[in-house]
Design a protein around this ligand. Sequence first.
Ligand SMILES: Nc1nc2c(ncn2[C@@H]2O[C@H](COP(=O)(O)OP(=O)(O)OP(=O)(O)O)[C@@H](O)[C@H]2O)c(=O)[nH]1
Ligand SMILES: [Mg+2]
Length: 185
Amino acid sequence: MSVQKLSVFVVGPQKTGKTTIANYLADLADSLNGNEYHPTQGVRILEFDRRLNNTKGKDLQISVEVWDCSGDPVYLPVWPAVSSSAAAVILVCTPEKKSEKDLEDWLSIFSFLNPVTQIIGVQSGISAKSVKPKFGKVLSKIPVYFPNLLDDNDTSRADFDALLYSAYNAFNENRDREEQLVLNH
Ligand SMILES: Nc1nc2c(ncn2[C@@H]2O[C@H](COP(=O)(O)OP(=O)(O)OP(=O)(O)O)[C@@H](O)[C@H]2O)c(=O)[nH]1
Ligand SMILES: [Mg+2]
């Protein structure tokens, strides 16, 4: 059986913890050691496998590509050109860096995605205030989670697996629909 490949884009404003989250999800050693900030140049693509527990049947083996995108606005024109491979998106912000307009602009790049494959991660660990942002109409439809990577009870990996699972289902439902379209043409 072939292994399903899924690309997940991690996007959002600069210095909000995208690279830190991407490294954590990829299980990169030492990713949480040291607080030095190295702005991502363009994009880093992290590849790893993930086994998802499937309560209804066989476990799923997913081959994941995490696109850790720079938040620097200089790269903004590039994302629409490469985003079509995305199966899911994680939008990262902090309680301070959560300009509604900016976040909506980021998400609009991925408007072709099924809503169940979009989540917002609010990194409150790196900011002074741990305030849950109140989002307006567009953003309030998207699930928000609060990563706390240094906490043993952090659920980021489980949240990520749930996102992958939704992306896997959305991808296959879409493929089935397209198959039917061809059959019924
Ligand atoms: N204390 C704490 N620091 C964090 C956390 N997440 C990120 N940081 C720190 O915040 C800074 C920015 O993190 P990055 O992950 O590099 O930010 P980024 O969003 O990838 O930034 P760009 O690549 O420039 O867009 C770094 O100094 C990290 O060590 C966190 O959960 N807790
Ligand atoms: Mg980065």
